[in-house]
Design a protein around this ligand. Structure first.
Ligand code: ZN
Ligand code: ZN
Length: 367
């Protein structure tokens, strides 16, 4: 199943004189050894090891800084900063798609704006509402707080938490893509002709607000230890930063079924509606279970973003955008993601827009 993409890339290498690998099929997945003959050995090894090194370094340092497994706010902020710094450096040293670069993307400041707006303005309210819901339900003394298996080994508890957390996230994310008016809130995350680490935090505050309440409330209700939720939160940050990063990575083919690699999530960011309606999960398992999984080596991506670029460029306009969209009689078709009508139009418009090459998502004409 992998020959198609691999073969295409190798042919591209020959046309290029066999000198430079990174320009070949820049937005398609790269296999474990694909193009290795054109890459310096050090770069190839870095591409193979970067995922493991980043995750090990991030979690190792956090385990060291945490107080017996408890993570305070200061440690969390330090770790987020350290993780982002490591990924940002790797993006510069071994870029996945030449031209994708947070330092040359004029939307990067807006991406950070969405992060800070939610973290410092909205999240306190989300916490208040979550605790109020938990307190209200707990007042009925249903005994739900004894459901979580606190006597299980911590690692097993973490895996269970991760799977359940991701199950909720999967259906929430799929719902956002299934209802056109809800997609207006999610569109900001997808309206990205470049994909790099900062796109992980380019999420509308209203989407994050609901997401926070949805994923935190049930686990507090059933008695999941807050320290375990804190570790889950850090996993979420580290994994999401890597899944959106522009770091060249090489994985064995089977690993795309186990973790959400960059290539797996890149398919979800494709501007092709059919591809966008796949790979919803933070882990591939729920996409495999519910039939929405696409493997990177079978699904090369030609361009990312949303056809028609419906999201405005300004930060305040982006905040207002989904609310204004609700006032319209119908959500503009290029933005919507799911209906048959929209799918039909989207398929008819397949192919990169005129600005794809300017944005660096595709190689220049004639390359
Ligand atoms: Zn999405
Ligand atoms: Zn994403």
């Amino acid at each position: 199943m992998n020959e198609n993409v691999a073969g295409g890339s190798t042919a591209g290498a020959s046309n290029d004189g066999g000198l430079s690998m990174p320009r070949l099929v820049p937005t398609a997945a790269r296999g474990w050894g694909q193009g290795s003959e054109y890459l310096p050995a050090l770069r190839l090894h870095m591409a193979r090891l970067s995922f493991w090194l980043v995750m090990t370094a991030s979690f190792g340092l956090m385990a060291w800084l945490s107080d017996g497994g408890r993570i305070d706010a200061k440690t969390a902020y330090i770790m987020v900063a350290v993780n982002m710094l490591i990924v940002a450096v790797l993006e510069q040293v071994i870029p996945r798609v030449p031209g994708n670069n947070m330092f040359r993307d004029r939307q990067s400041l807006r991406d950070l704006g969405h992060l800070f707006f939610f973290k410092f303005v909205c999240r306190p309210f989300a916490w208040t509402i979550t605790l109020a819901i938990v307190g209200f339900i707990a007042s009925y003394k249903l005994g739900a707080e004894r459901v979580w298996p606190t006597n299980w080994p911590v690692l097993i508890q973490f895996v269970l938490l991760l799977l359940l957390f991701d199950l909720i996230g999967y259906w929430y994310h799929r719902l956002l893509h299934s209802v056109d008016r809800l997609f207006a809130f999610h569109a900001i995350h997808h309206d990205t002709r470049q994909v790099h680490m900062l796109k992980a935090v380019r999420v509308h505050f209203a989407e994050q607000f609901v997401n926070f309440i949805l994923v935190v409330t049930p686990f507090l209700l059933v008695g999941c230890p807050p320290s375990l939720l804190a570790w889950l939160g850090m996993w979420n940050v580290f994994e999401s930063n890597l899944a959106h990063s522009n770091v060249d990575q090489r994985f064995p083919s089977w690993l795309h079924y186990v973790v959400r690699t960059i290539d797996v999530h890149y398919i979800h960011h494709a501007n092709d509606h059919k591809m966008q309606n796949s790979n919803f999960g933070g882990l591939p398992i729920w996409d495999l279970v519910f039939g929405t999984y696409r493997h990177p080596l079978d699904n090369p991506v030609t361009a990312t973003g949303i056809q028609g670029d419906p999201v405005p460029a300004g930060f305040l306009a982006q905040l207002a955008f989904p609310f204004r969209a609700q006032l319209r009689a119908a959500v503009p078709a290029p933005m919507a993601g799911s209906s048959e009508r929209v799918l039909a139009r989207g398929n008819a418009q397949e192919g990169p827009g005129p600005t794809d090459r300017e944005a660096g998502a595709l190689p220049p004409e004639g390359a």
